[in-house]
Design a protein around this ligand. Structure first.
Ligand SMILES: [Zn+2]
Length: 207
């Protein structure tokens, strides 16, 4: 069947390219790391292809898959596409997802054996997360053990994300997943999470 370009694909691709420039500016798109997506109509999404540098994205580096991760054109989507699928499936209000290979996340999660969590308390920046209006709060972000088997990793993430409405999760020695109702919110969540993790990392040095 001929691939039918979704009506909103071009707009989504432009937003993904812009997000890549922003992540690159913040040093969050090193090498070809990370992957980004936007939910489209008819249970499909626009997602970055495997292996593209996210600071130099072109429209041809973004492709369409269905929400099970199956390609709708002859390109190879990111190897982590299944993680995007599970977030869209569990959180219907989510329309954009960013994944970055954060240095702070890599450093902080190294000491966590297996799955765990990171607690963030008293930071004004926590108000960047939807529904939080005060610094007097503790947010727990889950940390999943890194693995190459996306099916197993997805199953673990589903069981945790099902229980709580979360803005983001971490993968040990790997990176951050953050999302939002649109790309602006996804960028805000990832920027805030990166800043909060940097604070935690520096805090360990001054203790
Ligand atoms: Zn990754």
């Amino acid at each position: 069947m001929q691939f039918q370009m979704k009506n909103n694909f071009k707009k989504a691709a432009q937003e993904i390219i812009k997000a890549g420039n922003r992540m690159d500016h913040l040093n969050l798109a090193l090498a070809t790391s990370g992957n980004y997506s936007i939910r489209l109509e008819d249970n499909t999404m626009a997602i970055t292809v495997s292996g593209a540098h996210k600071g130099k994205l072109k429209e041809s580096d973004i492709m369409c898959t269905d929400l099970r991760g199956l390609p709708l054109e002859s390109k190879k989507p990111s190897s982590e596409t299944l993680l995007h699928c599970l977030i869209y499936d569990l959180y219907p209000e989510t329309n954009a997802i960013l994944h970055t290979h954060s240095v702070a996340c890599n450093v902080l999660t190294r000491s966590i054996e297996g799955d765990g969590e990171i607690f963030l308390s008293d930071y004004e920046m926590l108000k960047a997360y939807r529904g939080i209006h005060t610094h007097e709060v503790t947010v727990s972000l889950p940390v999943f053990k890194n693995m190459q088997d996306m099916v197993v990793l997805s199953e673990k993430a589903i069981s945790v994300l099902n229980k709580n409405k979360l803005p983001a999760f971490l993968i040990r020695c790997h990176g951050i997943y953050g999302w939002g109702s649109d790309m602006d919110e996804a960028i805000r969540v990832v920027e805030a999470t990166e800043m909060l993790l940097l604070c935690e990392m520096h805090q360990k040095k001054v203790k």
